[in-house]
Design a protein around this ligand. Structure first.
Ligand code: ADP
Ligand code: MG
Ligand code: MG
Length: 199
Protein backbone atom coordinates (compact mmCIF):
# COMPACT_ATOMS: atom_id res chain seq x y z
CA UNK A 1 0.00 0.00 0.00
CA UNK A 2 1.06 3.59 -0.68
CA UNK A 3 0.63 6.19 2.07
CA UNK A 4 1.03 9.98 2.29
CA UNK A 5 4.74 9.57 3.09
CA UNK A 6 5.25 7.72 -0.17
CA UNK A 7 3.58 10.51 -2.15
CA UNK A 8 5.60 13.17 -0.31
CA UNK A 9 8.77 11.25 -1.21
CA UNK A 10 7.59 11.04 -4.82
CA UNK A 11 7.34 14.81 -4.99
CA UNK A 12 10.68 15.30 -3.18
CA UNK A 13 12.50 12.87 -5.50
CA UNK A 14 10.91 14.59 -8.52
CA UNK A 15 12.04 17.99 -7.21
CA UNK A 16 15.60 16.66 -6.80
CA UNK A 17 15.71 15.12 -10.24
CA UNK A 18 14.25 18.25 -11.87
CA UNK A 19 17.00 20.24 -10.08
CA UNK A 20 19.62 17.86 -11.41
CA UNK A 21 18.24 17.90 -14.97
CA UNK A 22 17.07 21.52 -15.18
CA UNK A 23 19.80 22.58 -17.60
CA UNK A 24 19.07 19.66 -19.89
CA UNK A 25 15.32 20.39 -19.88
CA UNK A 26 15.97 24.02 -20.73
CA UNK A 27 18.43 23.00 -23.47
CA UNK A 28 15.76 20.74 -25.01
CA UNK A 29 13.30 23.65 -24.88
CA UNK A 30 15.76 25.88 -26.74
CA UNK A 31 15.51 24.66 -30.38
CA UNK A 32 11.74 24.01 -30.26
CA UNK A 33 10.57 26.38 -27.53
CA UNK A 34 11.57 29.37 -25.44
CA UNK A 35 14.31 27.78 -23.30
CA UNK A 36 12.50 27.92 -19.97
CA UNK A 37 11.20 24.41 -19.28
CA UNK A 38 13.94 23.53 -16.76
CA UNK A 39 13.60 26.80 -14.86
CA UNK A 40 9.80 26.62 -14.95
CA UNK A 41 9.73 23.16 -13.38
CA UNK A 42 12.58 23.89 -11.00
CA UNK A 43 10.67 26.83 -9.57
CA UNK A 44 7.46 24.79 -9.46
CA UNK A 45 8.77 21.63 -7.83
CA UNK A 46 10.90 23.55 -5.32
CA UNK A 47 7.70 25.31 -4.28
CA UNK A 48 5.90 21.95 -4.12
CA UNK A 49 8.60 20.47 -1.87
CA UNK A 50 8.46 23.55 0.37
CA UNK A 51 4.67 23.61 0.77
CA UNK A 52 4.55 19.86 1.46
CA UNK A 53 7.19 20.27 4.18
CA UNK A 54 5.26 23.13 5.70
CA UNK A 55 1.73 21.75 5.55
CA UNK A 56 2.48 18.00 5.76
CA UNK A 57 -0.86 16.80 4.32
CA UNK A 58 -1.68 13.38 5.72
CA UNK A 59 -3.43 11.52 2.90
CA UNK A 60 -2.20 10.61 -0.60
CA UNK A 61 -5.04 12.62 -2.16
CA UNK A 62 -4.24 15.72 -0.10
CA UNK A 63 -0.52 15.52 -0.97
CA UNK A 64 -1.19 15.45 -4.70
CA UNK A 65 -3.96 18.06 -4.76
CA UNK A 66 -1.78 20.48 -2.78
CA UNK A 67 1.20 19.78 -5.06
CA UNK A 68 -0.95 20.37 -8.14
CA UNK A 69 -2.34 23.65 -6.82
CA UNK A 70 1.17 24.82 -6.02
CA UNK A 71 2.40 24.05 -9.57
CA UNK A 72 -0.51 25.95 -11.08
CA UNK A 73 0.18 29.00 -8.95
CA UNK A 74 3.98 29.07 -9.39
CA UNK A 75 4.61 28.00 -13.01
CA UNK A 76 3.63 30.51 -15.66
CA UNK A 77 4.36 28.37 -18.72
CA UNK A 78 2.10 25.82 -20.38
CA UNK A 79 3.60 23.04 -18.29
CA UNK A 80 2.41 24.53 -14.95
CA UNK A 81 -1.34 24.18 -15.51
CA UNK A 82 -0.80 20.84 -17.30
CA UNK A 83 1.30 19.21 -14.55
CA UNK A 84 -0.83 20.96 -11.94
CA UNK A 85 -3.96 19.43 -13.45
CA UNK A 86 -2.28 16.02 -13.65
CA UNK A 87 -1.48 16.00 -9.92
CA UNK A 88 -4.66 17.71 -8.74
CA UNK A 89 -6.95 15.39 -10.68
CA UNK A 90 -4.97 12.31 -9.68
CA UNK A 91 -5.20 13.44 -6.06
CA UNK A 92 -8.90 14.10 -6.33
CA UNK A 93 -9.44 10.61 -7.75
CA UNK A 94 -7.63 9.12 -4.73
CA UNK A 95 -10.21 10.65 -2.39
CA UNK A 96 -9.41 10.79 1.34
CA UNK A 97 -8.07 7.27 1.92
CA UNK A 98 -5.07 7.04 4.27
CA UNK A 99 -3.46 4.44 1.98
CA UNK A 100 -4.07 3.38 -1.61
CA UNK A 101 -3.11 0.28 -3.55
CA UNK A 102 -0.86 0.47 -6.58
CA UNK A 103 -3.84 -0.44 -8.70
CA UNK A 104 -5.91 2.41 -7.27
CA UNK A 105 -3.01 4.75 -7.89
CA UNK A 106 -2.67 3.54 -11.51
CA UNK A 107 -6.38 4.18 -12.08
CA UNK A 108 -6.21 7.62 -10.49
CA UNK A 109 -3.18 8.59 -12.57
CA UNK A 110 -5.08 7.57 -15.68
CA UNK A 111 -7.85 9.99 -14.65
CA UNK A 112 -5.18 12.68 -14.23
CA UNK A 113 -3.64 11.99 -17.65
CA UNK A 114 -7.11 12.12 -19.23
CA UNK A 115 -7.64 15.54 -17.63
CA UNK A 116 -4.33 16.74 -19.13
CA UNK A 117 -5.46 15.49 -22.54
CA UNK A 118 -8.73 17.40 -22.18
CA UNK A 119 -7.08 20.59 -20.98
CA UNK A 120 -4.33 20.67 -23.60
CA UNK A 121 -6.12 18.90 -26.42
CA UNK A 122 -3.06 16.78 -27.20
CA UNK A 123 -3.33 13.18 -28.37
CA UNK A 124 -0.54 10.57 -28.45
CA UNK A 125 1.84 11.37 -31.31
CA UNK A 126 1.47 15.17 -31.00
CA UNK A 127 4.98 15.42 -29.46
CA UNK A 128 4.04 16.46 -25.92
CA UNK A 129 4.22 15.14 -22.36
CA UNK A 130 1.26 12.92 -23.32
CA UNK A 131 3.66 10.74 -25.33
CA UNK A 132 5.46 9.79 -22.10
CA UNK A 133 2.46 9.81 -19.74
CA UNK A 134 0.11 7.55 -21.70
CA UNK A 135 2.56 4.61 -22.07
CA UNK A 136 3.59 5.12 -18.43
CA UNK A 137 0.02 4.77 -17.21
CA UNK A 138 -0.47 1.72 -19.44
CA UNK A 139 2.57 0.06 -17.85
CA UNK A 140 1.86 1.15 -14.27
CA UNK A 141 -0.33 -1.87 -13.61
CA UNK A 142 2.74 -4.02 -14.15
CA UNK A 143 5.34 -2.20 -12.02
CA UNK A 144 6.87 1.22 -11.28
CA UNK A 145 9.97 -0.03 -13.06
CA UNK A 146 8.00 -0.81 -16.24
CA UNK A 147 6.23 2.55 -16.06
CA UNK A 148 9.55 4.40 -15.79
CA UNK A 149 10.97 2.53 -18.77
CA UNK A 150 7.81 3.13 -20.83
CA UNK A 151 7.89 6.87 -20.05
CA UNK A 152 11.55 7.11 -21.01
CA UNK A 153 10.91 5.23 -24.25
CA UNK A 154 7.94 7.50 -24.98
CA UNK A 155 10.08 10.60 -24.39
CA UNK A 156 12.86 9.38 -26.70
CA UNK A 157 10.19 8.45 -29.23
CA UNK A 158 9.08 12.09 -29.56
CA UNK A 159 12.27 12.97 -31.48
CA UNK A 160 11.08 12.03 -35.00
CA UNK A 161 7.59 13.47 -34.41
CA UNK A 162 6.25 16.75 -35.70
CA UNK A 163 4.77 18.91 -32.90
CA UNK A 164 1.06 19.58 -33.12
CA UNK A 165 0.49 21.31 -29.78
CA UNK A 166 2.24 24.00 -27.76
CA UNK A 167 5.00 26.36 -28.81
CA UNK A 168 6.93 23.68 -30.72
CA UNK A 169 3.98 23.36 -33.13
CA UNK A 170 4.73 26.89 -34.45
CA UNK A 171 7.86 25.38 -36.02
CA UNK A 172 5.93 22.84 -38.08
CA UNK A 173 8.35 20.51 -39.88
CA UNK A 174 11.31 22.11 -38.14
CA UNK A 175 10.20 20.59 -34.84
CA UNK A 176 11.19 17.17 -36.22
CA UNK A 177 14.47 15.75 -34.89
CA UNK A 178 14.29 17.20 -31.36
CA UNK A 179 13.17 15.42 -28.20
CA UNK A 180 10.21 17.11 -26.51
CA UNK A 181 11.14 18.77 -23.20
CA UNK A 182 7.78 18.07 -21.52
CA UNK A 183 7.89 14.38 -22.43
CA UNK A 184 11.40 14.32 -20.99
CA UNK A 185 10.30 15.87 -17.67
CA UNK A 186 7.35 13.46 -17.55
CA UNK A 187 9.85 10.60 -17.71
CA UNK A 188 11.62 12.15 -14.68
CA UNK A 189 8.31 12.37 -12.79
CA UNK A 190 7.40 8.75 -13.52
CA UNK A 191 10.97 7.54 -12.96
CA UNK A 192 10.84 9.10 -9.48
CA UNK A 193 8.13 6.62 -8.39
CA UNK A 194 10.59 3.77 -8.25
CA UNK A 195 13.08 5.74 -6.19
CA UNK A 196 10.33 7.00 -3.85
CA UNK A 197 9.59 3.43 -2.89
CA UNK A 198 13.27 2.73 -2.40
CA UNK A 199 13.62 0.22 -5.24
P1 ADP B 1 5.97 27.04 -22.43
O1 ADP B 1 5.84 26.31 -23.73
O2 ADP B 1 4.79 27.85 -22.08
O3 ADP B 1 7.27 27.80 -22.33
P2 ADP B 1 7.17 24.88 -20.90
O4 ADP B 1 8.40 25.15 -21.69
O5 ADP B 1 7.36 24.83 -19.43
O6 ADP B 1 6.02 25.90 -21.27
O7 ADP B 1 6.57 23.46 -21.32
C1 ADP B 1 6.61 23.01 -22.65
C2 ADP B 1 6.10 21.58 -22.70
O8 ADP B 1 4.72 21.55 -22.37
C3 ADP B 1 6.19 20.96 -24.08
O9 ADP B 1 7.46 20.35 -24.28
C4 ADP B 1 5.07 19.93 -24.08
O10 ADP B 1 5.49 18.66 -23.64
C5 ADP B 1 4.11 20.49 -23.07
N1 ADP B 1 2.91 21.02 -23.73
C6 ADP B 1 2.75 22.22 -24.32
N2 ADP B 1 1.50 22.36 -24.80
C7 ADP B 1 0.85 21.21 -24.51
C8 ADP B 1 -0.49 20.72 -24.72
N3 ADP B 1 -1.40 21.47 -25.35
N4 ADP B 1 -0.80 19.49 -24.26
C9 ADP B 1 0.12 18.74 -23.61
N5 ADP B 1 1.39 19.14 -23.38
C10 ADP B 1 1.75 20.35 -23.82
MG1 MG C 1 9.10 26.78 -22.68
MG1 MG D 1 7.61 29.76 -21.59
Amino acid sequence: MLDADFFRRWMAVTAASVDREAERLTALDSPIGDADHGSNLQRGFRAVAAVLDKEAPDTPGAVLTLAGRQLISTVGGASGPLYGTLLRRTGKALGDAAEVSEEEFAQALRTGVDAVRQLGGAAPGDKTMIDALVPAVDALGESFDAAGAAAEEGAVGTTPLRARKGRASYLGERSIGHQDPGATSSALLIGALKEARGE
